[in-house]
Design a binder for this molecule. Structure first.
Ligand code: ZN
Length: 110
């Protein structure tokens, strides 16, 4: 029973994180980047509190160092390498490298 309740809480937490990232994106496109950062911060707090990991597509949207919302080209610069995506946070200069997932999946299929 307790476990079931916890699962429900985590599901709700994941949904709230979804909504917060959607709002962060919308505000970012409207140049309200301070609001985007605030929504991302809330999403991270919810994730920590309910032990919900941010999905990888959202993790790429948050600076590892300063936790700013990364919205290229406004707050981040993105370079596509051979097998990875290199994201530079334009606020603090942190460089993050992510594997290029689409490419990896194609390779696995071959
Ligand atoms: Zn940063």
């Amino acid at each position: 029973m307790a476990r079931r309740k916890k699962g429900q809480e985590r599901r709700i937490a994941a949904e709230r994180i979804d909504v917060l990232f959607q709002m962060a994106e919308r505000e970012g496109h409207a140049d309200h980047l301070a609001r985007s950062d605030r929504y991302v911060e809330l999403a991270r707090k919810i994730g920590m509190r309910y032990n919900v990991r941010l999905p990888s597509e959202y993790k790429r949207r948050v600076c590892r160092e300063c936790h700013a919302y990364l919205l290229p080209p406004k707050t981040a610069r993105i370079r596509i390498g051979e097998s990875r995506v290199v994201t530079t946070c334009l606020r603090c200069g942190a460089v993050m490298r992510f594997p290029y997932l689409r490419e990896q999946k194609m390779r696995r299929r071959q």
